[in-house]
Design a binder for this molecule. Structure first.
Ligand code: LLP
Length: 423
């Protein structure tokens, strides 16, 4: 979304204040179209769970994954159904390694398909809901991610049913008369092509061991996106072809058609979103120049949590040309009362400088490729309000979340609220 005109961004900043999340619907639709060969695209909504983004996905024929009761609620409010749709895939699948009690109740009441990540979940669901539709999420014994924290496979990860326990899990599915929908693998987030290939091989190996019937396989998500100049985008046609072979193998074995699902979050929305912030101070601290903006890690957490890189560009508020001023090294930091509130840092927390045109107070900084795990990971730390979200979508362009108010911030701590809880 580098093509959004800067005067539009300045207008949006003036109209809705900063920090502000801005999304581009056309980019999301383009990424969806790149995955159309898969039978079902299941959006991992944790990447960006705004109800209007979910509705956009639904209208484009995308299905949805939910990892909490809150995400089930959002999906339902966006019009997704828990029932099977015409293509036989459930509108919503709940993926997790545990059931908290409230989620188990709701999953049973609303017949939400469950992608099960532990044998305890099979016992708990089987006891109260025989016949329930389940997937088995398998941990193949290895994983990969852009950071250790986003690697969801191998023995250091809590996710999925350990591959050696798959037979036992299938035995439980039979014992409780659960309905096995499919097998699911997801080894991590921000995964490069070489490691994605290994996931296909792992599914092939699993399929060759099993003598049980099911309807579908899921490739999980994890596809990396180019955050830095020179990063290679995933070739989605190649990737589909790899999985199509695995699917055909399953079909030969089972003697019927097998649905192929993919479950991306980042791939669909990362490049479709940016965070707009205003420069509020600049200072020199010894050798380091600092540019301080009005967005912090409570808004965009990825640099502070993983040392993630987001390209940063400068928009002049005064109309002065930035083309001829050259690039200057600066540390870009936020307003929080914590030294780690720095957007230019390594994963070990060492502060780095970034070369950008020198920015003045009143200029805007754009943090690019922030559509995935941006707004959805933001918090109220330092009692800062959640920023507004704006969707650019031709004539349907609009605010899709207003900025929080101080009443929103304090509402659940009000005395009246405690009385409701007690009643
Ligand atoms: N499916 C499952 C079961 C997952 O756990 C995840 C992500 C996805 C799909 C979607 O992965 P994606 O396609 O977006 O890579 N906060 C981190 C990412 C954490 C991902 C957690 N699970 C970040 O900001 O990079």
């Amino acid at each position: 979304m580098k093509n959004i005109p800067t005067n539009l961004l300045i207008h949006l900043a003036n109209e809705h204040a900063t920090p502000l999340w801005v999304y581009d619907a056309a980019t999301i639709r383009d990424r969806i179209s790149q995955l159309r060969a898969f039978d079902v695209i299941r959006y991992a909504q944790k990447a960006c769970s705004n109800i209007h983004i979910l509705s956009l996905m639904r209208e484009a024929g995308v299905h949805v994954d939910a990892v909490s009761l809150g995400e089930i609620e959002r999906a339902q409010r966006a019009g997704f159904s828990t029932a099977k749709s015409a293509d036989d895939a459930a509108g919503i699948v709940y993926t997790a390694d545990i059931f908290d009690r409230a989620t188990l109740r709701r999953v049973v009441e609303d017949k939400v398909e469950v992608n099960v990540g532990s044998t305890d979940m099979l016992h708990q669901l089987g006891e109260v809901s025989p016949g329930h539709r389940v997937w088995l999420r398998i941990n193949p014994g290895f994983g990969h991610g852009h950071s250790r924290k986003t690697n969801t496979g191998g023995e250091n990860s809590k996710h999925g049913i350990w591959h050696n326990e798959l037979r036992q899990a299938i035995e439980l599915v039979g014992r409780y008369r659960l309905h096995l929908v499919g097998l699911h693998l997801h080894i991590g987030s921000g995964v490069d092509y070489a490691h994605l290939q290994r996931v296909c091989e792992a599914m092939t190996a699993l399929l060759s061991e099993l003598d049980v019937d099911f309807e579908a396989i899921s490739a999980g998500g994890g596809l990396s996106v180019p955050y830095r100049d020179g990063d290679q985008p995933i070739d989605t046609t190649h990737y589909f072809n790899l999985w199509d072979k695995v699917r055909k193998q399953a079909e030969n074995r089972l003697g019927h058609a097998v649905r192929l699902e993919i479950e991306p979050g980042r791939f669909l929305v990362a490049e479709a979103g940016l965070l707009l912030a205003e420069v509020r101070a600049t200072k020199q601290m010894g050798d380091n120049h600092f540019t301080l903006v009005d967005a912090g890690f409570n808004d965009l957490m990825r640099p502070a949590l993983y040392g993630s890189y987001h390209e940063i560009s400068v928009i002049s508020h005064s109309g002065r040309s930035l083309a001829s001023v050259g690039m200057h090294p600066t540390v870009v930091a936020g307003p929080l009362c914590e030294s780690g509130d720095v957007f230019t840092q390594r994963s070990d927390g060492i502060v780095e400088t970034r070369n950008i045109p020198p920015a003045e107070v009143g200029d805007f900084l754009v943090f690019h490729d922030a559509g995935a795990y941006g707004a959805s990971m933001s918090s109220n730390y330092n009692s800062r309000l959640h920023a507004a979200e704006y969707l650019i979508d031709g004539r349907a362009s609009r605010l899709i979340r207003r900025r929080q108010t101080f009443d929103d911030l304090c509402r659940t701590e009000s005395v009246q609220d405690m009385d409701v809880e007690a009643a």
